[in-house]
Design a protein around this ligand. Structure first.
Ligand code: ZN
Length: 361
């Protein structure tokens, strides 16, 4: 073989190899990485703020599942960080204390974002999330878990909007001045209180998402009706798969979806299965996601981890493990387009709808 023929032969061989390679499927891990290059992934609930603002308070739930570093490791682009208050008495002192807790936690989150601005920043709108993704930084979205901190003062909704809050959960595990909770032995308002209806109107006017996780069935259904924008259950699962008050009935799922809203499946054993913690894994998470998809479609489902608030299952123990969910969704047969919606496309759509609605006021 002459040198010229040899070079020609080698070139042909190289082109043949390249052509063959394009027919050989990527390994699943490579597909996961490539998918995360193009999609935006957002988790709609964690309780990081409590231990950040009050590190000395004792807690029964595992901590350390949330950080900007872990978000980067797990290819999680954005997350709603909640300022949480447990429900106390609806007295002036109780309401003042709730406001003190919420304000302190929001200030602590702002401080965390400032001190770690090389890794992440606070995001106030979909454009901020997209910009931060391009910069390779985490987007911290602010939310409140339990509108108890509003007390009976409607002006505080704007106070929290000005602090950056873009989602408020109406209740925690107890009735408050705004609404009845899913976990309380007695009804107080029969759903939303008259003040609660005004709070939802004010959230609509400003552009804050209404969150019905922890709300009673009546509160949830009334909130869908009362809100002129889509609403969200930021961290709840399916009652028909695990019958606890915190999970959503088909009636609630259908109502939230009909209003254009979202059911954000939680990554917690308590919500997913009756099995012991060490036996609950991604297959249980998939059951709940598949259930909601079958009932109302892929446009109305996502992920709300509840990390640092009781979340975590085998295989997805913290934010650094989020890619395992993407892998499972691919194995389950979801398309790239579906996964893009589940991970963040749906949330961005709802954020945009809530803002557009606010502009119409
Ligand atoms: Zn919660």
């Amino acid at each position: 073989m002459t040198e010229r023929n040899y070079l020609y032969f080698m070139k042909l061989l190289f082109l043949l190899c390249m052509a063959l390679q394009s027919f050989v499927p990527d390994s699943l891990d490579e597909r996961v990485e490539r998918l995360h290059d193009s999609i935006i992934s957002i988790d709609t609930h964690n309780d990081f703020a409590m231990s950040l603002a009050f590190p000395d308070r004792r807690s029964t739930v595992a901590k350390g599942q949330v950080s900007f570093e872990l978000m980067k490791e797990g290819r999680l682009d954005g997350a709603f960080f909640a300022a949480y208050q447990g429900q106390g008495p609806c007295t002036d002192a109780g309401r003042d204390n709730a406001k003190y807790l919420a304000d302190s936690m929001l200030r602590a989150l702002h401080r965390y974002a400032r001190e770690n601005r090389n890794l992440g920043e606070i995001a106030y709108c979909p454009e901020d999330i997209r910009k931060l993704k391009k910069q390779g930084k985490a987007a911290m979205l602010l939310s409140i878990e339990n509108a108890y901190c509003l007390g009976e003062d409607i002006s505080l909704v704007e106070h929290y909007y000005d602090m950056g809050v873009r989602m408020i959960g109406l209740t925690h595990n107890g009735n408050n001045d705004i609404a009845d909770s899913c976990i309380d032995s007695l009804e107080r308002h029969g759903g939303l209180s008259p003040f609660g209806f005004r709070v939802i109107q004010e959230m609509n006017r400003l552009g804050i998402i209404v969150d019905v996780s922890h709300a009673s069935r009546k509160t949830c259904l009334q909130a869908v009706e009362a809100s002129s924008a889509p609403i969200m259950a930021s961290h709840s699962c399916v009652y028909n798969l695990k019958a606890i008050p915190r999970n959503l009935t088909d009636q609630e799922i259908l109502a939230i979806a009909a209003g254009g809203g979202l059911i954000q499946i939680s990554i917690g054993r308590y919500f997913l299965s009756i099995l012991p913690k060490e036996k609950v894994g991604i297959s249980h998470l998939m059951e709940h996601i598949n259930y909601v998809v079958n009932l109302v479609g892929v446009d109305h489902v996502g992920i709300g981890s509840d990390f640092d608030g009781g979340g975590g299952i085998v295989g997805v123990e913290n934010m650094g493990k989020m890619k395992a969910i993407t892998r499972a969704l691919l194995e389950e047969g979801y398309s790239s387009e579906d996964i893009a919606k589940i991970w963040g496309g749906n949330i961005l759509r709802v954020m945009e709808a809530v803002r557009a609605n606010a502009r119409s006021f």
